[in-house]
Design a protein around this ligand. Sequence first.
Ligand code: ZN
Length: 143
Amino acid sequence: MFTKQYERGRTFVAKLDYQSDLLEELNKICCEKYINAGYIQVIGAVSSLKYGFYDQNTKEYIYNTYAYDESLEIVSCSGNVSVKDGKPFCHVHIVASDKKGKCVGGHLAAGTSVFAAEVVIQEILGEDLIRELDETTKLTLWK
Ligand code: ZN
């Protein structure tokens, strides 16, 4: 275990475009604004959802696609920003509900289409927060 201390930096809000890719847009914002560490919150709705589940036995992501005729509500979508392969990287999880309130969720993947999305990204300032391959989990985790 480790802990690191950070100070609050800039706060960004963004309204994403209809049918843009949710994860790609978050990564784009962080690259364009040079946000190397921070946290993310998103509310809104998606018209399709792609999310992953990390199989701890096979150490591979299983991806699920949830496409629906109507938009899904983003019940909760949060994540963090750190540096992977030398550039800002957003790690984001999402829970979304259908019209009956049934929820699905997991590790947000590229391929999720925005219906409407309001984003807040809080930059944090301090020591570099860098991801590297963790031999035990085979995930790229903070070092
Ligand atoms: Zn994840």
